[in-house]
Ligand binder design. Structure first.
Ligand code: SAH
Length: 248
């Protein structure tokens, strides 16, 4: 059974350690949000997490008109193991990238690895923005472990250093003959990564390189070409349903 989440109480990420009665000062933006947007009062309940100490129920203590702190009362959920699923993606332009990062985290990616491919149009990445989007998705969805975000790496370098025990599920829009569910079912049990290409797809050389690796398993996402952000969600759903954590 999945643990029960509380979805009605505001959940906040904080950097500080969480211990009973060890007050956590909120920053200006968080204080403003609770006091002036949500209009919360003294004693109002919020949930806190920091990626290390699980989820805590806390009570609001205003310390000024625009500042407040939270008193952790008790732990509601212990810190879980981080998700092991690696999400490999060619960066997209800003709005779609924001969306894709949020959705990948909601769907259970534990590590986000941007990959530079030949047809990638976006080569300068705002890492802070990726991390902020990942954190926001975690905050909203009650995911207590913060997904790791890695710096951009070239596809060739990624493959050269790849730990071959981790299977890369390569979403390949060209391979129409693949029976997706059976292919996933036959992947050897073990750690996984999902790879989604850029809007322009993979180059023929990149495809050849990918398909030559024993740890790469190509799958199809059906007879239509999906945009990369749609492909991300479709692939994560498929993998989670057939060989991932939707089965438990
Ligand atoms: N090469 C295409 C579009 C690429 S779509 C073109 O320019 O026409 C972007 C990425 O989404 C692809 O690289 C692939 O990883 C994934 N994708 C999209 N549709 C897919 C499908 N039907 N099957 C598998 N992967 C798909």
């Amino acid at each position: 059974m999945a643990e029960r989440y509380d979805f009605r109480t505001q959940r906040l990420f904080v950097e500080q350690s969480l211990l009973a009665n060890n007050a956590v000062e909120l920053d200006r933006a968080q204080s403003n949000y609770l006091l002036n947007v949500l209009r919360m009062k003294e004693g109002g309940e919020v949930l806190l997490f920091n990626g290390r100490d699980g989820e805590w129920l806390g009570e609001l203590e205003p310390t000024g008109r625009k500042s407040c702190r939270i008193l952790p009362i008790r732990q509601l959920r212990p810190q879980p193991e981080p998700y092991d699923l690696v999400y490999l993606f060619a960066p997209l332009k800003q709005a779609r990238l924001d969306y894709m990062v949020q959705k990948a985290v909601e769907m259970g990616a534990g590590l986000l690895q941007p990959v530079l491919t030949q047809y990638t149009q976006v080569t300068k990445l705002k890492m802070d923005r990726i991390s902020a989007n990942a954190l926001e998705a975690a905050e909203q969805c009650g995911i207590l472990s913060i997904p790791q975000v890695k710096p951009l790496i070239k596809l060739t370098d990624l493959l050269a250093d790849w730990d071959s025990s981790r299977t890369i599920i390569h979403c390949d829009e060209i391979d129409e003959g693949i029976t997706t569910v059976e292919t996933l079912d036959s992947v050897k049990p073990g750690p996984l990564a999902i790879l989604i290409g850029p809007e322009g797809g993979f180059s023929p050389q990149e495809r050849e390189l990918l398909l030559s690796r024993s740890f790469v398993t190509p799958i199809s996402l059906g007879p239509r070409i999906l945009r990369a952000d749609t492909a991300a969600i479709a692939a994560m759903a498929l993998v989670q349903a057939v060989i991932g954590d939707w089965r438990k």
